[in-house]
Design a protein around this ligand. Structure first.
Ligand code: ATP
Ligand code: MG
Length: 364
């Protein structure tokens, strides 16, 4: 189902994944690392464990800050989160952050028998902000609607994905260090989509609010059509709260995480929080409308994901800006788990979309 699932085929796991042993999905976000482990129990994909570790403290920063780790600290964090959450699986699926990747769409005209691959390389050179020799490139042709063609039958839509070779190399060493078997690797947008896609939804827009960036994915029939990423997220919101309310980053993060509608400063906190997303949400709205206008496709529901979406009322704020229904994702609903965990998993679900979606790849 995942578009570009062949991506980085040289890194694909050639050994058969033995599902009985479980598969762990790994998500390296800018503020925290998450893992979700799944196992096939008599044909039912079942949650065995999950966990998260905050990355800030590994580089002397605060919890909630978005950071870039050195290779050593990254290794330490991964080993810690695997140990703390008691992950046993040695089979992994690794989800790479969009920050070390590049995903975009191009459209051009090509005869039915044209050498698309050569044409894509020419286009890729124009849009990828690095030399093609420094990246691993993958692409796929995606559906084009009648409206988009405007009568031009030769018009093609291509989704291009690239990742820096240096990042790939670093992650490969990271996985080896943690004792994970040659994991298949994909970019986080594809993991997220797998983690929430259901067959009965033809057209879906997904918004992932992370710590450092918020991403919009436009998805049709489970395939990514368009990606848009903007610098807005939980860490930036915390900075804003600290600045306006004149408190430290730590205090602001704490206020944000424990925000309670009943508390006296809630409305001020919320005003500052929402304000830090205004521009991002407006731009998402523009991108969605532009896409709808061009393709004739309609998006009635937006799925909301990412830790930043957990602040009370973020779904309602987004709904007001976009003027569309917004639903919080519940990725754990895709798998079986003990009944007593239901409430917790529903609450934290949006943080684990990427890791869960990655792990699910092991069961396709
Ligand atoms: N209950 C909550 N209320 C408000 N904010 C929250 C809550 N839980 C987590 N967050 C915020 O969500 C952010 C982390 O989200 P997430 O884990 O999705 O980001 P990430 O994957 O590390 O970052 P990115 O996707 O940008 O690389 C942090 O800023 C954190 O403060
Ligand atoms: Mg993330």
């Amino acid at each position: 189902m995942t578009l570009l699932s062949s991506i980085f085929s040289s890194h694909k796991n050639e050994d058969h994944i033995s599902e009985a042993e479980g598969v762990v999905g790994v998500d390296i976000g800018s503020s925290s690392m998450k893992v979700v482990e799944l196992q096939d129990r008599k044909g039912v994909v079942t949650l065995t464990t999950y966990g998260e570790v905050q990355l800030g403290p590994y580089v002397g920063k605060k919890i909630g800050e978005s950071v870039s780790l050195g290779a050593r600290q990254e290794q330490e964090a991964l080993v810690d989160v695997i140990r703390e959450s008691a992950v046993k699986a040695r089979n992994a699926v690794f989800s790479m952050p969009l920050s070390s990747s590049f995903v975009t769409n191009v459209s051009f005209e090509a005869d039915p028998d044209a050498d698309l691959s050569a044409m894509v390389r020419v286009e890729a050179r124009k849009v990828i902000p690095a030399s093609l020799s420094e990246v691993t490139l993958d692409w796929a042709e995606v559906e084009i609607t009648k409206e988009e063609k405007k009568g031009n039958e030769n018009k093609r839509n291509i989704l291009i994905a690239a990742i820096q070779n240096s990042a790939l190399e670093r992650y490969k060493i990271l996985m080896q260090f943690a004792g994970l078997n040659k994991p298949p690797t994909e970019i986080e947008c594809f993991s997220t989509i797998r983690g929430l896609y259901s067959n009965d939804e033809e057209n879906v827009a997904v918004i992932d609010i992370g710590a450092n960036s918020s991403k919009l994915y436009i998805v049709r029939k489970g395939l990514l059509m368009r990606m848009y990423r903007i610098r807005a997220g939980g860490a930036i919101a915390t900075e804003k709260i600290a600045e306006v309310l004149q408190v430290s980053f730590e205090e602001a993060e704490e206020m944000k995480l424990s925000a309670d509608r009943k508390s006296s400063n809630f409305s001020e906190l919320k005003r500052v929080y929402d304000g830090s997303y205004d521009r991002a949400f407006r731009e998402f709205g523009q991108v969605i409308r532009e896409y709808e206008g061009r393709t004739g496709v309609e998006f009635n529901v937006i799925h909301l994901s990412g830790g930043g979406s957990l602040f009370p009322g973020t779904d309602i704020h987004l709904k007001e800006v976009l003027n569309r229904d917004v639903t919080m994702v519940n990725p754990f609903s895709k798998v079986a788990y003990p009944a007593f965990m239901q409430d917790t998993l529903r609450e934290i679900g949006p943080s684990f979309s990427v890791a869960l979606g990655a792990a699910m790849r092991g069961f396709e």
